[in-house]
Design a protein around this ligand. Structure first.
Ligand code: IPM
Ligand code: MN
Length: 353
């Protein structure tokens, strides 16, 4: 297979973890005889500094012309602390999602046996937790009509039937390949938009009789996720609820540095860690590259390269078992491994496998 990958490293720890992702992907492709080419493009604060736009047209063109985007992270404190800033790195991310039509954001929440003790939840609660959050990514309040003056402001949670149907279809299709359980998360007791979601979900559930579909209000789902994470298989929800629930879900595994995501839709798919740019750690070689590396696994699996994806996952598991870990998940007395060293270990593992 031939793959052309757009690499968007972005800000903070982005470039360091991006380099590891690229090395791992290259090693796997070499091993299996696939051709991979990379096109590097700027985004986020880096692109604002260089050209004044967090997702410039040239980057959009590069993304459109590639088979997939390997994205790392955007964000810089100099914008967070300036509420008057007109352009922000995060706008680049939203522009990318909208312009590439990435309506389905797949965020798997998984635990790693050897890291159960790192979870803020009791190990017996989180053991075996393994669910997918499917977040609608190009609609709702993020993109609905907005207004703001000094006395009032609003955001519109606008959703249309086709937008709701296509994301629900993604959820039902994933559930078919998993444990056949979909939980539709909404706030149908209060919001009209949620009532439409629930109505459409109930209609569609009839077409998926093999799947158990249940409905949960988002407040209740937030509680259930930490009370009984093993209850869930596939969660599907709108943009804002999905944003909030996936941060909550991500800590279950014990480190935000472990969880990847995929965003798919009308154009080039994007694979990225769920964590941010961690600017304080920039250039220190301490960021955990595993979420980025697991994003590479998701990328390979997207192209149906199952064995290749499985090898990346095996390499990650082996590195954890061998205590080749970045500081935030290292065992007491364990050796020091930086971002680069973990990356090199993974590459060596893949080459020797
Ligand atoms: C995420 C992030 C983004 C979002 C921000 C950076 C705009 O929090 O991917 O979850 O809110 O969608
Ligand atoms: Mn978020």
């Amino acid at each position: 297979m031939e793959l052309k990958i757009a690499v968007l490293a972005g800000d903070g720890i982005g470039p360091e973890i991006s380099a590891v992702g690229v090395d791992v992907l290259t090693a796997v492709c070499e091993k299996f005889g696939h051709k991979v080419r990379y096109e590097y493009a700027i985004c986020g604060a880096d692109a604002i500094d260089k050209v004044g736009d967090p997702f410039p047209e040239s980057t959009f063109e590069t993304c459109k012309n590639c088979d997939a985007v390997l994205f790392s992270a955007v964000g810089d404190p100099k914008y967070d602390n300036d509420p008057t800033a007109k352009v922000r790195p995060e706008q680049g991310l939203l522009a990318m999602r909208k312009k590439l039509g990435l309506y389905a954001n797949i965020r798997p929440v998984q635990t790693f046996k050897c890291l159960l003790h790192k979870s803020p939840l009791r190990a017996d609660l989180v053991e075996g937790a393994d669910f997918l959050c499917i977040r609608e990514l190009t609609g709702g309040m993020y993109f609905g009509e907005k207004y703001q003056d000094n006395d009032k402001a609003w955001d519109t949670n606008y959703y249309t039937r086709p937008e709701i149907e296509r994301i629900l279809r993604v959820a039902f299709d994933y559930a078919r390949r998993r444990r056949k359980h979909v939980t539709v998360v909404d706030k149908a007791n209060v919001l009209a938009s949620s009532r439409l979601w629930r109505q459409i979900a109930q209609e569609m559930a009839l077409q998926y009789p093999d799947i158990v579909t249940d409905y949960m209000f988002v407040d209740n789902a937030a509680m259930k996720m930490i009370q009984e994470p093993c209850f869930f298989d596939v969660i599907v929800t709108e943009n804002t609820f999905g944003d909030i629930l996936t941060d909550e879900g991500s800590v279950i595994s014990g480190s935000m540095g472990l969880l990847p995501s995929a965003s798919t839709g009308d154009s080039t798919p994007v694979f990225e860690p769920i964590h941010g740019s961690w600017p304080q750690a920039k250039g220190q070689n301490i960021a955990n590259p595993l979420a980025q590396v697991l994003s590479v696994a998701m990328l390979l699996e997207h192209f149906d390269l199952k064995e290749e994806g499985a090898l990346v996952r095996r390499a990650v598991d082996a590195s954890l078992d061998a205590c080749v870990r970045t500081p935030e998940i290292q065992v007491e007395g364990g050796a020091h491994y930086g971002t680069k060293e973990v990356g090199q270990w993974l590459v060596d593992y893949i080459r020797q496998a």
